[in-house]
Design a binder for this molecule. Sequence first.
Ligand SMILES: NC(=O)c1ccc[n+]([C@@H]2O[C@H](COP(=O)([O-])OP(=O)(O)OC[C@H]3O[C@@H](n4cnc5c(N)ncnc54)[C@H](O)[C@@H]3O)[C@@H](O)[C@H]2O)c1
Length: 356
Amino acid sequence: MDSVSLSEVTVMRKTHLGFMHSFRQPFSGVTISPKFCHSKGSRAISSSVSSTKSQYVYGESLAATADSDYKMNGLTLKNRISSVKERLLLDAFDDEYGGVVVDHGKLPSSPTVFTSMLQSSLSDWRRKGKKGVWLKLPVEQSELEGFEYHHAEKGYVMLTYWIPEEEPCMLPANASHQVGVGGFVLNQFKEVLVVQEKYCTSSNTGLWKLPTGFINESEEIFSGAVREVKEETGVDTDFLEVIAFRHAHNVAFEKSDLFFICMLKPLSDKIIIDNLEIKAAKWMPLVEFVEQPMIKGDKMFKRVIEICEARLKHRYCGLSPHRLVSAFDGRPSSLYYNVVDDDDDPSHSNCRAEFY
Ligand SMILES: NC(=O)c1ccc[n+]([C@@H]2O[C@H](COP(=O)([O-])OP(=O)(O)OC[C@H]3O[C@@H](n4cnc5c(N)ncnc54)[C@H](O)[C@@H]3O)[C@@H](O)[C@H]2O)c1
């Protein structure tokens, strides 16, 4: 992913950012402490940028005394802020996970003001019990001599520069997708394993849904689905098939989303929920699950359930993973396909597998 996830931003007087020495203010006075947030799943960022516009709009009625002028939020202000720095906070929005997203369009141009506002803002967010802070550093506000941001990981920011002026830039773009998985787990009583999420949009409050999550870096889809179901519900499962996948765009900070819906066979039935993410989990009769207005009225989930039901009746067949090494790149990998009929060995057909 190409955004920096900051669990903590420490403001210091001197610059310790290595290459970021070349950043124009306001960032050259800021050190990002390496106290990184452990991110669950492959996504270092989340789709939570769909934030609710809210409170942290400050900076008005400044009784500043003058050293030099600077611009902020369209207002001409003074650069001496000692008398007001406690009151000056960065513009930010709440996200749906109890965090804040700083409005990067309204960052002050003065380094002193930025440093002070960041300090005050962090104190304010801490006091209010906020969790994750998202702070985007626009490339326009840096002096990188023509370099562009390519992507960022926890320990670095990768920059690129294309030298030949007469040739188009051929450097490959950053990764464009996040990969999610959902588990459809059905028991012998025709009950499906469902959860209620702790953090969700108001329209989804009370919805019983399939366990979903993101796969980790270098994790297989089949093991990621089993892990997510285990983490959220405590139920052990065996992977059976990818039943369908959805491709959606502009989901997380402009990145696309691949969502693999997987059929899993339950190996246990005792539910132990993950209190951090999940409000409740249970085995719910499939008929009741399907009757929920949000499922009934949602084209995707309605179709997913129809496909799963067709699969239960052996009228449909999903894709199962087959491990192989391709001579093309020499890497072990998983090829997902279905074996509908294998005359030599009918037991090979993944479409004959039962669910419980
Ligand atoms: N949740 C659904 O109802 C739903 C519906 C359709 C598709 N999907 C797919 O499921 C996959 C996973 O999506 P999801 O909705 O389970 O993921 P999500 O956005 O709920 O994130 C998973 C967990 O990560 C944590 N998290 C995410 N962003 C955070 C933030 N900004 N701050 C703090 N914590 C944060 C939360 O604990 C959250 O429960 C995706 O591919 C998505 O397209 C989900």
